[in-house]
Ligand binder design. Sequence first.
Ligand code: GLA
Ligand code: GLA
Length: 669
Amino acid sequence: MRNWHGEGIWYGADYNPEQWPEQTWAEDIDLMRRAGVNLVSVGIFSWALLEPAPGRYVFDWLDRAIDLLHDGGIGVDLATATASPPPWLAHRHPETLPRRADGTVLWPGGRQAYCPSSPVFRGHSLALVEAVARRYARHPAVVLWHVSNELGCHNVHCYCDVSAESFRGWLRERYGDLDSLNAAWGTAFWSQRYHDWAEINPPRTAPTFANPTQQLDFLRFSSDEQRAQLRAERELLNRLVPQPVTTNFMIGTGIKYLDYHSWAADVDVVANDHYLTAADPQPQVNLALAADHTRGVAGGAPWLLMEHSTSAVNWQPRNVAKTPGQMRRNSLAHVARGADGVLFFQWRASRAGAEKFHSALVPHAGPDTKVFREVCRLGADLRALAEVRGSRVDADVAILFDYEAWWGAELDSHPSVDVTYTDRLSALHAALWRAGITADVVHPSADLSRYRLVLAPTLYLVRDADAAALRRFVEGGGTAVVTYFSGIVDEHDHIRLGGYPGAFRDLLGVRVEEFFPLRDGETVHLDDGARADVWTEWLHAEGAEVLAAYTDGPLPGVPALTRHAVGAGAAWYVGTRLDDDATDRLVARLLTETGVRPPVGAPAGVEVVRRRSADRSWLFVVNHTGRPVRLAVSGVELLGGTRCDGELEVPAGEVAVVREQPAPVPATA
Ligand code: GLA
Ligand code: GLA
């Protein structure tokens, strides 16, 4: 891994100088310096300008822009510029256009209109990468390379004939022979047996439910095809340039079909884009989840927030602006959770194009604005936090996350459409957030030994090795929690027979003989006072202690919540969809059992996260409430806060960061 760290925290934005007359550029640099910007992503959507005709490259304008930035002391995260092909590509090679499952062609005019499996696209894009890399490899402004942009954001699934051929190649690689594929896909069902590879297609629009394993494999293939573009560009860059390489992931903004856990090895630094959902009543909680997941993808290492927004976006139905102070809280919450860089989309709000109503660092109204003043303040804040760079986030809790389990859990023709993959993940993570506990969101194959508590929400699809790892974690003294619709199938989406939750039956000491999903809006109650909905099941405790049973609904008297002592630890099972109050109570019991505590006691709505290096630690306090709060924190204040009666007072809506003295001993040491 090449080093991507600078002197402190990176701060900046996508910078698209090509959208502006060159007279504007000098003012841009001045304002960037005023704001404390030290890194900008350049050239992301520049392909059509850099290569106006195949093989003819025009770099003079980019030379001037990058030189100007360098003169201003601003680093460049240089794009390979392959994010969106120029119109000439599809004009000359219409077969490079992607197709939907029903055959609809996706035409140029937006962005990313290319088939990810197209060898023509790959060839032209790599030629461009090579030209850009050779031109700027030794430019002193360039500190990082940015492959493409949000790979697979709009074109993740292509069903064209080129993709079909590539899918068949991928399947041959995976299965070797047709018998293995037929067995894995369960093609004895519905007369689906294949006798020739040529008979196989992507799961194109069919009269009824397509084969689920075919669907699952197509999703795996599609993620791999996008990843192949990343790998091809990175290999080329590694040969031609000395700087580190990244691309921007989209963790936590609803993007489902890219398996970032498998991509992390292909970048020198994990970078993420994150946007709030306007309709979300508590966006700071989902922001924390996205950041915790990004850190999990990064294996706990610091990461880069490559994009977020200073205020409103343009692509939601109602694009809500950020209230004063909200951008700062958002940015610093990302830093608290491991980001060593805070970048935005984009530097200057566009005058034209589909994103002209998207916020930026410099709004249409100019620098004399709330947004630009906050941008300048944030720049100063990040300078004050330079010393946290490289430190890691303390977490004693892990939540398991597997994109394949997500894909599998939400395939069609399942027991209930109300069972969605991220529902319990969000609910449990939010309960931990309310309890002041930071969790890493990690892949089931991650090393669990450093955690005390591991949660497995809706882990529908699980591999034998990963189920075994969770068992070892519990035997070794850990506490695990598994929620309903977990352990149901193997990696081929075949049911694990003998009773649910298949892979976790022995660990949990329960056996479920039948699912009893609830009707829309139906609720049930448990004898510990909990309320639940969506899901119940006919569960037998076979070794587990029953902690709560239903008092009503289809299964009165049947266990809903159990705990099984295993080795030196315990495995809890939650067989229904508890409401938030009951989830809070469950989490409180788990924290008591495991001895996991927040870094410091804090009132509701106050987020406290600890980062730690070898010999220091820092406490981030984000006050999301509308009133000042006081916490028992001592140390050196790097940011915000005032001392009151020996306590740290953090004003309403503000953020404080304290270097703790002495650094507390890690809980897991
Ligand atoms: C994504 C893209 C950017 C821009 C923003 C708008 O993150 O990478 O180019 O479109 O969304 O929010
Ligand atoms: C119909 C079909 C069966 C089966 C059932 C499922 O009756 O004939 O093959 O698909 O529906 O309910």
